[in-house]
Design a binder for this molecule. Sequence first.
Ligand code: G3P
Length: 222
Amino acid sequence: MKFFIDTASLDQIKEAKDLGILDGVTTNPSLMAKEGISGDKNVMEHYRAICEIVDGDVSAEVISTDFKGMVEEGERLSDLAPNIVVKIPMIKDGIKAMSYFTDRGIRTNCTLVFSAGQAIIAAKAGATYLSPFIGRIDDISWDGVELIKDIAEIYAIQGFDTQILAASIRNAKHIVDSARAGADVVTCPLSAILGLLKHPLTDIGLEQFLADHKKVNELLLK
Ligand code: G3P
């Protein structure tokens, strides 16, 4: 399973990269806004900066909602760096745009996915990645991980190549559950990635090891 970080923060991207486990980055207009990045030129420059940090895939989202606009924006984004993946919303013109990019060898990430039906049509359009938003599904008292399982089963039966990218991850449990459910990729906030490291028994155990080591060494010095 690949690990992507879901942020536009260059500091967080660098921190995750330093762990040696980072396979890519996903962003969206809200994450860009959170970093205070606005205006076409600044947005493009920011994507270029992200691509300089990571070798893996970087999803850059279009703002347009019509076919012509998505194509024009997607082509400009894709020209920025070879690791850019054009992120396109799950709407009718988005499907047209994904088919267009698939025919031209430009990779896409279909975003804002909340159902198995949407997963099927995105795969038919040749999406490279499919982003079901599991946290937002949980927020409305449905089960986001169940959707990942469902899509993984359908894609396996049908032999679709589209990679399932579990998005809207809120915590470490979402990552573990997505791995078990068959996600090919998880895109996570840094806090959820770091949450994977945490266990109170690890902290207690380490504290004990170091205390015992210190005790023996102090006795030797006497
Ligand atoms: O990648 C999509 C993701 O950023 C959405 O996450 O936490 O805004 O639901 P969230």
